[in-house]
Design a protein around this ligand. Structure first.
Ligand SMILES: Cc1cc2nc3c(=O)[nH]c(=O)nc-3n(C[C@H](O)[C@H](O)[C@H](O)COP(=O)(O)OP(=O)(O)OC[C@H]3O[C@@H](n4cnc5c(N)ncnc54)[C@H](O)[C@@H]3O)c2cc1C
Length: 401
């Protein structure tokens, strides 16, 4: 007999937002969020660019596109009601040369289709918004912004506890057993039973999904570290808001950009290099199993073979500050190495198919009593409350009781 209605695995923004939305819809229910770390939001949710994405990039019809506008609005409403800091500082996506204009126009078409308020602007207008930027044309997205995601994660956890449920920290999920009428979640602190389970395990999502639905998990998570520098205080005047390049359409990464941070300062990055551990935030952190799984995976080998030149460039930018600076100078030519200091990195959970394709969209897999979030890349922080709402609706409509 289940004593809990729901167990959520993972105390990142997606897991916490799911638990929060479940309690909003089912206020008399009890649930626990199980998180292996000593605090919530310590991985992707607390180590990202801190951007409130507006939905301008995403292919029309994708889950990212359909969730973006509502998801961002929900996040803004939550932060406003909770008195959490955020700012709609605006963003420019900059074509540095004429040759980048067709790709810029494609993004603009996507943004317009997705209903994002954005405008194509010329060089003169771009310089009024960002006077130090080098560009021939840009998309201006005035509603893009910045947020304090660690504070959002912490507040969601407080709200969940305030609604009579629990957030269990320092507890690792080791297995999930589906039985008639219930699911048993085995952890290093004992077993927990609930009617349903939602797993939002980020960098470990494929491993947790294989606990109940191995036949449905076709992609593997390969960890890609994104490294950042920060502008030193004397140089922060070089960036007023969010300055992005036109991304390479072959990759789901947005390219090194400048991001005004809500706590002050400006971040520059991230690049994308293979992390030597799923939670490997520097070159010194190495996990044999994680690395063997990445290097031995056909999907990674195919990707590396196809894009070895791009990969080497990203690695080179990791080891050479000068190369990183050169990439940044493409957007702001007057930046020098003396303007930059290192800033903590993040690791993206990149789902890769066995063919080496990077899974672009949000993805969910369910077994009888468990719904797994198997891919929640950017902008999943921005739209976490919408993803949570979507999952709660899925639980109501799809899972067998
Ligand atoms: C470098 C970088 C920059 C980004 N920039 C942005 C941005 O500007 N805006 C934006 O919207 N998005 C951004 N993103 C994406 C966004 O951060 C993620 O999509 C989002 O945080 C995913 O949340 P999550 O809850 O799925 O994963 P996570 O935050 O990684 O949470 C998963 C949690 O599950 C826990 N867990 C895993 N396995 C177990 C287990 N077995 N037992 C117990 N607990 C477990 C982990 O400890 C972790 O806390 C960025 C991501 C990165 C890496």
């Amino acid at each position: 007999m289940s004593n809990l209605n729901l167990i959520v695995v993972g105390g990142g923004l997606v897991g916490l937002a799911t638990a929060y939305q479940y309690l909003q819809t089912n206020p008399d229910s009890t649930l626990i969020v199980i998180e292996k770390e000593s605090a919530v939001g310590l991985h992707q949710s607390g180590r990202n660019s801190g951007v409130l994405h507006s939905g301008v990039y995403y292919a029309p019809g994708s889950k990212k596109a359909t969730m973006s506008i509502a998801g961002k609005a929900m996040m803004e409403k939550f932060m406003a009601e909770e008195g959490l800091a955020y700012e709609l500082c605006g963003k420019v996506i900059v074509a540095k040369t004429e040759s980048e204009i067709p790709a810029l126009e494609k993004i603009y078409a996507n943004g317009s289709n997705n209903g994002v308020g954005c405008e194509m602007i010329g060089r003169e207008q771009l310089l009024e918004i960002e006077p130090h930027v080098n560009g021939v044309q840009a998309i201006h997205v005035p509603t893009a912004g910045i947020a304090d995601y660690p504070a959002v994660a912490e507040r969601l956890a407080q709200k969940i506890i305030g609604m009579g449920s629990r957030v269990l920290l320092g507890t690792t999920v080791l297995g999930i057993d589906e039985r008639p009428g219930e699911a048993v979640v085995q952890t290093d602190k004992g077993d927990f039973t609930a009617e349903r389970v939602v797993a939002c395990a980020g960098l470990h999502s494929d491993r947790v999904a294989k606990m109940t639905a191995p036949e449905k998990v076709s992609a593997q998570i390969v960890p890609f570290r994104g490294e950042y520098y920060q502008l030193k205080p004397h140089a922060t005047h070089l960036c007023n808001g969010l300055i992005y390049p036109v991304p390479d359409p072959r990759f789901p990464f947005l390219g090194v950009h400048f991001t005004k941070m809500i706590e002050g300062g400006v971040d520059c990055g991230p690049n994308a290099v293979l992390a030597l551990a799923r939670e490997g935030y520097d070159w010194k952190t190495f996990n044999r199993q994680d690395l063997f799984e990445s290097l031995g995976y056909s999907g990674f080998r195919r990707l590396a073979f196809k894009y070895w030149k791009f990969g080497l460039g990203e690695m080179w930018r990791s080891f050479s500050k000068r190369a990183f600076v050169t990439a940044l100078q493409g957007l702001i030519p007057e930046i020098t190495a003396a303007d930059l200091e290192p800033h903590p990195a993040g690791v993206r959970a990149q789902a890769l198919t066995p063919d080496g394709e990077m899974v672009y969209d949000f993805d969910f897999v369910s077994s009888k009593r468990v719904l797994h979030v198997v891919n929640a890349p950017s902008p999943a922080a921005t739209v976490s409350l919408k993803i949570g709402q979507h999952i709660v609706q899925q639980l109501e409509s799809e899972l067998a009781i």
